[in-house]
Ligand binder design. Sequence first.
Ligand SMILES: Cc1cc2nc3c(=O)[nH]c(=O)nc-3n(C[C@H](O)[C@H](O)[C@H](O)COP(=O)(O)OP(=O)(O)OC[C@H]3O[C@@H](n4cnc5c(N)ncnc54)[C@H](O)[C@@H]3O)c2cc1C
Length: 399
Amino acid sequence: MPEGKRILILGAGFGGLTAANFLRKKLSSLSTSTDYKISIIDQKNYFMMGLVNLWILSGIRTLDDSKIDLNRLGNRRIVYLNNKITEIDLSSKAVKITGSLTPEIKYDYLIIALGSEYATNEVGGFLENGGFNLYDPEQVPKLREKLLSLKKGKIAICIASVPYKCPPAPYEASLLINDILVKNGTRGSIDIDIYTPAPITLPVAGAKVSQDVLNLLNNNHINFHPFHKIRTVLNMEMIEFENGNLINYDVLIGILPHKVPDVVRNSGLVKQGQKWIKVDKFSLKTDYENVFAIGDVTEIKVNENVAIPKAGVFAEAQAKVVSQQIVDDIVNDKNKFSPQRFDGKGFCFMEVGNEKAGYVAADFYQEDGPITILEQPSAESYKMKLDFERSRVNEWLLL
Ligand SMILES: Cc1cc2nc3c(=O)[nH]c(=O)nc-3n(C[C@H](O)[C@H](O)[C@H](O)COP(=O)(O)OP(=O)(O)OC[C@H]3O[C@@H](n4cnc5c(N)ncnc54)[C@H](O)[C@@H]3O)c2cc1C
C-alpha cells in the first residue's frame, strides 16, 4: 500500500483523542489505497477525563476503574507511543521523545494537544503543608478519605490564579463536598470557604451566571471570598493572601497555577510575553506551516478580558475543525465555500450535588460579546453529564 502523509498528534487527552479518531475515520473512508499514518504520543499510559476527578471525590467512581489503557488505540490503526516528548523541532518537522528506539518522529502535519501543567512550586508551602491538588487524580482519593474522617473545622478551597481548567469545577467541588458532609452528618460543624483572586465567581461567564453560581453557594452556606490570591501556605493551619488576610484551615484544596508544558515553552511556539500558544481563532493554525495547536495549550482571546476557557468541549470542537482541514488538504479540497472554522460555542454540566447538574451553554464569538447561560440544575442534566463522558470514551477507546 503506498504510504501517505504522516500526521502526528502530541497528547492523547481530550483534543488529541478526538483528532486521532476523527482523522482515522475520515481517512479510512477515502476511496484510495494510500495508507495515512496517524501517530499519537503521550507520556501517560491511560486516559481519564478530567471531570471524573469530581466523581472520585463524590465516591461514585474509583481511580482504578476510571483509567482506560491508551494501547487500545492500536485497535483503531492509530499508532500510540507511550513516551515523553522532549523537543518539538519545527524547522526539521520532527519531534524528539525519550525511551524509544526511534527517538525522532517526522511529520507532515502536526497537531499539538499537550494541555496544561500545574506550576505547583508557585504556591509556596502548598505541598509541604499537605495541600490537595483537586486536579490531580492521584490525590483525589486521599482528599475524599480526609473529608470523610473530618469531624469539625474549616475546608479552604483556593483558586490560585486564572486561567485554570473548567472554570466551574472548584464550585462544583464545593457543592459536592457539601453533599458528602451532609450525608456524613458532619456538615453542621465544618465550614466550606472558597477563595479566588477574581472579583466574581466566573468572570469568563459574565456577571449574571456568576451571580447564579453565587446564589447556589449561598443557598448551601458555602462562603465565597473574591479578591483573595493566595501568597503562601504558612504552615499546616494557616494561609496568607496577597491582600494581607490570614485564614485558618484544616483541609486545604488548591486549584494550582496552570502553565504550558516545558517542551512547548522551549519550542518557540510561545512568543515572548505570552504564556500560551497563540493560534488563529477560526483555523487553529500556528505561524508554522501544517502545525496546529488546540485545547488548553492555546490562548484564544475573544476580547481584552475574555479568552476561550480551558475545557474539553472546546478542545474537542477545535480538534474536529483542525482534522477536517488536514483531510481537505490531503485530498486537495480547499473547501472554498465552507472553510472549517471553530465557532466558539461550547457547553458543560455543572454538578451541584444530590445527582443534579446545571447546564451551562456559551457562545464566545457572538458579535455583541460572549453569551453564557446557566440553566436550573436538574436530574436530567446530571444524566447527560454521565452520558457525555461515557459516549466519548466509548467512541475514542472502548467500542
Ligand atoms: C476537575 C476537572 C473537571 C473538568 N470538567 C470538565 C467538564 O465538565 N467539561 C469539559 O469540557 N472540560 C472539563 N475539564 C477540563 C478538561 O479536562 C480539559 O480542558 C481538557 O482535558 C483539555 O484537553 P487537551 O486535549 O487540551 O489537554 P489534555 O486533555 O490535558 O491532554 C494533554 C495530554 O498531553 C500529555 N502531555 C503533556 N506534556 C507531555 C509531554 N512532554 N510528553 C508526552 N505527553 C505529554 C498529557 O499527559 C496529557 O495526556 C475538567 C478538568 C478538571 C481537572
